[in-house]
Design a protein around this ligand. Sequence first.
Ligand code: SF4
Length: 596
Amino acid sequence: AAVRAVNADRTRLMDVVQSVQKTLGHVPKEAVKAIAAGLGIHRVDVEDMMSFYSFLNREPKGRFHIRLSRTPISMIKDAQAVAEAFAAATGAPVGGTSRDGQFTLEWTSDIGMADQEPSALINGTVFTHLVASDARKIVSALKKVTDENSLPLFPGADAASADLAKAKVETFLEQAGPVVFQTGAEPGAGLKAALARTPEEVIQEITRARLRGRGGAGFPTGLKWKLCRQSISEAHHVVCNADEGEPGTFKDRVLLAEMPDVVFDGMTIAAHALGARHGLVYLRGEYAYLWPHLQSVLDKRRQRNLLGKDVCGRKGFDFDIRIQLGAGAYVCGEESSLIESLEGKRGAPRDRPPFPTDRGYLHQPTAVDNVETFVCAARILDKGADWFAGYGTRESAGTKLLSVSGDCPRPGVYEVPFGTTVNALLDLVGAPDAAYVQVGGPSGLAVAPKDFGRQIAFEDLSTGGSIMIFNAGRDVLYIASQFAEFFAEESCGWCTPCRVGTTLMKKSLDKLLDNRATLADIEALESLAGTVMRMSRCGLGQTAPNPILSTMRNFPEAYEARLRPEPFLPRVTLEEALREAVAVQGRESVEEGQSA
Ligand code: SF4
């Protein structure tokens, strides 16, 4: 049935697998064979794809799958205590399933709730602001649930179940700015203005506005659209990258919840500019709770002729949008990985060139843009390029949405003009005494107070939106090691420098945290980080060393304080190594292991 629902389209493999998993709880061997036969592909292709994504299960899991968000922010908000409380309440160890098969308990990477940590996903439903005492209440409420696939979803969460009332997501829009969250903006105004112009004029307006991609890379949007339009093909595609997986960022979550119509306006404007008939939103699996909401907005747009045939009555302009749900893979935020995933494959990055504007989705010209970029495009067409470029700096026009989290009294989304200094931002969010700000998430930079005069802008401190604030009591090395662990887990494993290097970097930081590192270790770590940065194939590996190198540079005292004076110490002691071996062999003591 799942295969029939997608007309046996091979590119919809992800949907088919997710549908089977929703029904059976996992995707057993027989289902894999049936899916492969139905889609006309090899069983290995299905298994290969499934093995890439952390949200796809080939083995049975508990009836309730609890995924606790593990980030430096959740950890400083006591997520460890929450994990222990869930382990006690469910009887499942962290990383395992309870004996009765009811609960699986696991850590997962950031789920996009850094403003309301500790948080968890339970069968796709988001639970926020957790404290240890919630665990028992939630688990006892879950035990009474008869249909595990119908936990209340936000929005429209069923608060009737008081014990599950924690299942909610708040918006926390702390500062609306003059561009993205401007008040009084007419819905659909940008789209109408765009359709009154030729595609070339639309691209010219976006170019004049100096709009750059908001996902972090900052590529000029007008140039991207121009290159895509110029690429000759039977079809062109517009893709909205809603896979904001960078730990600490959540502003796209807020945009999708609060103004999906403007996002879809921006995509439709891009379709007009490129000559595309087909749009895709790649929604991260962690945001599955937004799917029904987005789907209903799309349905309404179809009814209002803002999508479909002859959009807005414009003869010959046919355009529609489909939402593709991801399945828990950070690397899919990289545009070529995202395209592979959209095609129902592993989300491994492609070699470039060719670039997606030439050969993207289905090897046809594709413009992939961030959620916020599409909103900006709609605003530009509505208010004009000069108005937009009047905000920000010479190289960074407009405003930027920042996702602020950590040690500050008002975490949430802030819209600020590009050029805002870190100092000004810290005053705005009520954290003037911050000791360390991570700008741009793990792939960004660790900024120390001496640099708080620097500006948030592409030409200075560039960020896709993640701003994590830490006060003087936080352990810089611990935070760096959390980031290192994140990259080691999210590496797709394709190239050796990243696959091996990220793990080695994490181990080196562990050795430092263990007070067993010497100067030689620091030098080796620095050299390794440089190799990973230079030799990795895609952005994940190339940026994975950033938190280490920038904390080394800006917080050298954090490293020096942990150094041992000896010229060299091994990473593990003989006693520890033997203890591990003894445990593996099931022996009772180190002594017994030694004698063996
Ligand atoms: Fe995969 Fe890492 Fe290599 Fe990128 S750098 S291709 S994520 S192994």
